[in-house]
Write a protein that binds this ligand. Structure first.
Ligand SMILES: Nc1ncnc2c1ncn2[C@@H]1O[C@H](COP(=O)(O)OP(=O)(O)OP(=O)(O)O)[C@@H](O)[C@H]1O
Length: 251
């Protein structure tokens, strides 16, 4: 087990957003966090990343309490792909290399450059290395931001709606990439998702958040019409298409 979240409670001022959140994640697993707008999904990712500090509860990464790690140690363990990626006047190569920051001592080493090259290759971004990030399409930029998180060599990758604003091809590519990298590098990926069907295709586990609590948790068997109705307030049926479960909402 690489991540253990136990009894986490978080409030923005007096407004409780997360209540008694408890789950575990293993290495190599892709876990989708599901729930309506405002359910607390991004807040949960930010607690795991220590951008926000829970009022109660413990978060262990590789058995280390995240509150006992310094910023550099945490950055070596957790990579974060935020909801909105910023564009700038840096090249793709430099943007990705920046992800090595927690590892860089005095100056960029051979190893930092080597890992940057390796990750660019893994994500098929080699041809983009010298392009500026403000000249990329949304899908290309998303891959660059994932690459920047991967060169940190994290044990956990947190991704907040990584397929937002992407066309169908890029949605599939980015999700495949997350799944393949999780398996090949043995990284746990925790992904906030709105598209249930993409989540179903690419995740091993699901956590359904409702009003700040975990309403349901488990493998794809928890994605049932009853749970969808309870969590999203939508009637739906689930059909198997070529062995893949597909959620079909009923109008
Ligand atoms: N900085 C903040 N200050 C106060 N309240 C906040 C803040 N950020 C989020 N909230 C509130 O906390 C609740 C949970 O927000 P959060 O962003 O975690 O939800 P979410 O499930 O990720 O939503 P979405 O799917 O829309 O991204 C929402 O009601 C939101 O308005």
């Amino acid at each position: 087990m690489i991540l253990s979240v136990d009894g986490v409670e978080f409030a923005y001022r007096s407004r409780k957003v997360l209540n008694n959140i408890k789950f575990k994640v293993n290495r190599g697993e892709v876990v989708s966090i599901l729930g309506v707008n405002g359910a607390g999904k991004s807040t949960l990712l930010k607690c795991i990343n220590r951008i926000l500090k829970p009022k109660r509860g413990t978060i262990l990464i590789d058995n280390f309490d995240i509150n006992k790690l310094n910023g550099l140690e945490l950055a070596k363990k957790v990579g974060y792909v935020p909801q909105r990626a910023e564009r700038n006047f840096l090249t793709v190569f430099d943007t990705v290399l920046l992800g090595r920051k927690p590892h860089i001592k005095w100056e960029v080493s051979e190893k930092d450059l080597e890992i940057t090259h390796k990750v660019l290759k893994l994500l098929n971004l080699e041809d983009y290395a010298l392009r500026y990030t403000n000249e990329l399409s949304g899908g290309e930029l998303q891959k660059v931001i994932i690459a920047r998180a991967l060169v940190q060599e994290p044990q956990i990758l947190l991704l907040d709606e990584p397929t937002n604003n992407l066309d169908l091809k890029n949605q599939l590519e980015v999700m495949k990439l997350i799944r393949d990298v999780s398996k090949s590098q043995n990284i746990a990926s925790i992904v906030v998702m709105h598209d249930l069907n993409l989540a179903l295709r690419f995740s091993d586990k699901f956590i359904m958040l409702k009003d700040g609590i975990i309403y349901a948790e488990g493998d794809k068997s928890i994605i049932t019409p009853e749970n969808i109705k309870a969590v999203y307030g939508v009637d739906a049926y689930i059909e198997s298409v070529r062995g893949v479960p597909v959620v079909v909402p009923i109008e």
